[in-house]
Design a protein around this ligand. Structure first.
Ligand code: HEC
Length: 72
């Protein structure tokens, strides 16, 4: 599955305009940091770890997609 499709299915529920999750367009994280947040989640927020739900290839693909959303 490609990164955009994974993002559409799993992430837009929180990460789309007007939702409570971070607006990823304005994220300043680099690709490695993005992958780390996806793998481990972020403590104290609704951002859960995805390590057990996505394969390493899927995490890489969706991290690259998130990176491509950045405009800042
Ligand atoms: C249940 C809601 C929810 C879902 C589903 C979700 N996230 Fe998040 N995400 C959050 C929240 C809340 C934060 C933390 C925002 C903060 O730190 O203030 C976050 C943070 C992030 C960050 C860090 C952004 C930054 O610059 O700090 C990334 C990257 C991210 N999410 C990617 C994803 C991806 C990729 C998926 C799908 C696999 C996903 N998220 C699914 C709620 C969600």
């Amino acid at each position: 599955m490609d990164g955009a499709a994974i993002f559409e299915m799993e992430c837009t529920v929180c990460h789309s305009e007007g939702r409570s999750g971070a607006n990823l367009q304005w994220s300043y994280l680099d690709a490695e940091e993005i992958a780390r947040v996806i793998i481990n989640g972020r403590d104290g927020t609704f951002m859960r770890p995805w390590e057990d739900r996505l394969t390493p290839e899927e995490i890489k693909a969706v991290a690259a997609y998130v990176k491509s959303l950045q405009q800042g």
